[in-house]
Write a protein that binds this ligand. Structure first.
Ligand code: GLU
Length: 485
């Protein structure tokens, strides 16, 4: 198999969203699968859109996801530098090569004149193409002067690994700007030069670049360089409708999901499968499995719909997978920062016991905050919550008191406080009271937790311990008895 040399080439223009990251995952997988090379290149030539700190965020996110790069910032490489602003001399030199070949020109036309051309064409209802206004003679290039490509408009045909065989007519090919007034290159030009110099043989990027591809083909041709494999990644669609996923569609930045306790394994898994599948029903993939199974020809060519519910479901699956395969000790260190405030005075061992009985109900690690607080502090005492519970409300307060008295005495009599003894005691209580599990257990569960749900009751009481359990049950019993006086 051909070794894939490819890159992720983000622009540091803001927070890193779901779509950005997916454009990193596919080239990464293709490179790793073929023992190739994955390059990180920072496309920071658009000074107006540059956002301070965005590069650090990109680097941090890729590391978090485990998408390590072979060349790029921090690791260096034969083709350094990897920030385009540090390569401006290279682009200028390459643009000048095209001028020498008669395939580019320095353009002194000012922006007012360009606007005039545009307005004239609009008035005439003809498509605006700069090449129709190309100056007749070109000055020597000097600083501050844009350099434009001299288009060679003709029918073009090419193959896209996702979109198939494509063609475009001359009407979409123009004298695109290569070097801007500020001396920096446009994306259109810089990526062609860099991909060539970095030996890139596969370019995977958003489908929005498809319409410019005929201009890129003309540039490859003008330089006499081989076109890399082109892979257009379809949009990620908003949860409803037919539009591209945007900031307003509830999709958070990758950092926000991370802060919510989404695991990188789940994020990687979810995004890799958002628009790709291996033809089977499998849904949970490790990074290694993705590397093995990934194939370009199974990337779907229509938009994939973003589904946060599915992402969170997958995260829950991953939480379970980690514990089931590697034990609670593998998950525990990753829960740091996700516990309720009140957990901070508790020993690791106790928190591990809590985690061990609750992990299979978590969707994100931050669920721990809400779902475990009663293990660390007395819950807010709310007798109404108890009395309005659908199983508990069937009974009068005196019946409830009697049930609690019997439960307390049974639990008090236990010689050992462990899971099997608690299980037996609860079963015996069911038999002696003649109540259904949902009825008796809801009463006890709410009394000790005042939470909407808890892990299995024997497990919960075991972790809470004898003293806390009995104290909380007694408190409810007392409140109910007082009510009856
Ligand atoms: N800098 C471009 C972007 O962030 C990258 C496109 C490409 O991968 O060539 O959209």
């Amino acid at each position: 198999m051909q070794k894939i040399i490819t890159r992720f080439a983000p622009s540091p223009t803001g927070y890193i969203h779901i779509g950005n990251v997916r454009s990193a995952i596919y080239p990464y997988l293709a490179a790793r699968q073929t023992n190739g090379h994955f390059i990180l290149r920072i496309e920071d030539t658009d000074q107006a859109r540059y956002v301070e700190g965005a590069t650090d965020l990109i680097i941090d996110t890729l590391k978090w996801l485990g998408l390590e790069w072979d060349e790029g910032p921090e690791v260096g490489g034969d083709n350094a530098p990897y920030f385009q602003t540090e390569r401006r001399e290279i682009y200028l030199e390459w643009a000048k090569k095209l001028i020498e070949k008669g395939r580019a020109y320095a353009d002194p036309t000012d922006s007012e004149t360009i606007q005039k051309y545009r307005d004239e064409d609009n008035a005439k209802k003809v498509p605006y193409l700069y090449r129709n206004h190309r100056p007749e003679t070109f000055p020597e290039w000097e600083e501050g002067m844009p350099i434009r490509f001299k288009a060679d408009p003709k029918p073009r045909e090419w193959h896209d690994e996702v979109m198939g065989d494509l063609k475009a007519g001359p009407e979409v090919q123009d004298d695109i700007v290569l070097i801007k007034k500020d001396g920096l290159p446009t994306y259109n030009f810089a990526h062609i030069v860099d991909d060539f110099l970095m030996h890139v043989n596969m370019v995977a990027r958003g489908v929005e670049y498809l319409s410019s591809t005929p201009n890129y083909l003309a540039l490859y041709e003008a330089f006499g360089i081989d076109q890399p494999l082109l892979v257009s990644l379809p949009h990620i669609l908003a949860p409803t409708g037919n539009k591209k996923l945007g900031k307003r569609d509830g999709a958070k930045s990758v950092t926000a999901y991370r802060e919510d306790g989404v695991l990188p394994e789940a994020m990687l898994n979810y995004l890799a499968c958002l628009g790709w599948n291996d033809g089977t029903e499998q849904e949970i993939y490790t990074k290694e499995e993705l590397i093995e199974k990934f194939s370009l020809d199974r990337i779907q060519n229509s938009g994939a719909r973003y589904d946060e519910v599915k992402l969170l479901w997958m995260n829950g699956q991953w939480i379970r997978k980690i514990v089931d395969e590697q034990g609670i000790d593998a998950l525990y260190p990753r829960t740091e920062g996700f516990w309720p405030e009140s957990a901070k005075n508790y020993e690791d061992e106790y928190k591990k016991r809590v985690l061990a009985i609750i992990y299979d109900r978590l969707k994100t690690l931050s669920d721990l905050r809400e779902m475990t607080s009663y293990f660390f502090e007395d819950p807010k005492f709310d007798i109404e919550q108890l009395l309005t519970n659908k199983f508990v409300k069937k009974f009068s307060e005196s019946e409830l008191t009697a049930l609690l008295v019997e439960s307390i005495s049974k639990l008090e009599s236990l010689k050992t406080w462990d899971e099997p003894s608690l299980k037996d005691a609860l079963n015996e209580l069911l038999a002696s009271t003649g109540r259904k599990p949902a009825e008796l257990f809801s009463l006890i569960r709410i009394s000790v937790s005042f939470a909407p749900f808890s892990p299995a009751l024997d497990l919960t009481l075991n972790v809470l311990g004898r003293e806390t359990t009995l104290a909380r049950l007694n408190k409810v019993k007392t409140a109910l008895s007082l009510d009856q006086q």
